[in-house]
Ligand binder design. Structure first.
Ligand code: FE2
Ligand code: FE2
Length: 247
């Protein structure tokens, strides 16, 4: 059995509230019996070197902590601090952790909030899935399906059909994990489970939970507590448990 703690959207911004919520989250996770921690992007809020110094210092555990970039991240600063490298190409990584294979895809478009899997990322993923001899868990920041908040849906993955084609061409993908929506949600995509992690920094409101018209100014609930999804993989089965991380 492998237990993955899936969190997202820490939005480190130089201390304060983001740091406190990330610390609260990581303290809770370090007290759990886990195999892998997965953070699906928007690690930093502005993509500065100083923010990645925080990421590097805080998102640590004695088990593997897998990360990928989101629209608030900056590839160059991310590489410099977290990967000890340089360059602005997509950050795509194949990782083995907890006995499982993870394809961590970069769905960002530099300077934009919307997501896109570039041709080189799609080619890379196709190669990874084709070569794998076991189930692969695919992760990216942007959600490829509607999650019913019109604002967030306006900045979801722009080319879900390209991702679906790559996933459906192989028998190895087992599930798709994403972030970006700051909302715990589950659906299906390309015949696979699709699970979005809740946001550590904030939670997005759903249109039917408020009489106000949703706008960027009111869509993020900053009072809601952080949350985590525990993905349990056992004997080829995936079960996902959604939990709040208390005050
Ligand atoms: Fe975010
Ligand atoms: Fe995002």
């Amino acid at each position: 059995m492998t237990i993955i703690a899936h969190i997202s959207d820490t939005h480190f911004d130089g201390g304060g509230r983001a740091l406190a919520r990330a610390r609260q989250t990581m303290a809770f996770l370090r007290g759990c019996n886990l195999d892998v921690i997965l953070v699906t992007g928007d690690l930093a809020d502005h993509g500065t070197v100083e923010e990645y110094d925080e990421v590097k210092a805080e998102l640590v555990a004695d088990i593997p902590v897998l990360m990928l970039p989101g629209n608030h991240d900056d590839r160059s600063a991310y590489r410099k601090i977290l990967l000890d490298g340089d360059g602005a190409a997509p950050i795509n990584q194949l990782k083995r952790a907890g006995g499982l294979l993870f394809a961590l895809c970069d769905s960002t478009i530099p300077g934009e909030d919307e997501g896109l899997l570039a041709p080189e990322t799609l080619d890379w993923l196709e190669g990874v899935l084709g070569a794998a001899q076991e189930p692969v868990f695919v992760a990216l920041h942007h959600h490829p399906i509607r999650l019913n908040n019109p604002l967030l849906d306006g900045i979801r993955l722009r080319n879900p059909e390209d991702l679906a084609a790559v996933l459906q061409a192989s028998s190895t993908p087992r599930a798709v994990f994403c972030g970006h929506a700051h909302a715990a949600a589950a659906g299906t995509f390309a015949g696979l489970p699709l699970i979005a992690a809740p946001g550590i920094f904030s939670t997005t409101r759903l249109p039917w939970t408020t009489t106000d018209e949703l706008a960027w100014a009111n869509t993020f609930d900053r009072d809601d507590v952080p949350g985590v999804v525990f993905h349990v993989v056992e004997g080829g089965e995936l079960t996902s448990h959604f939990r709040s991380i208390g005050n």
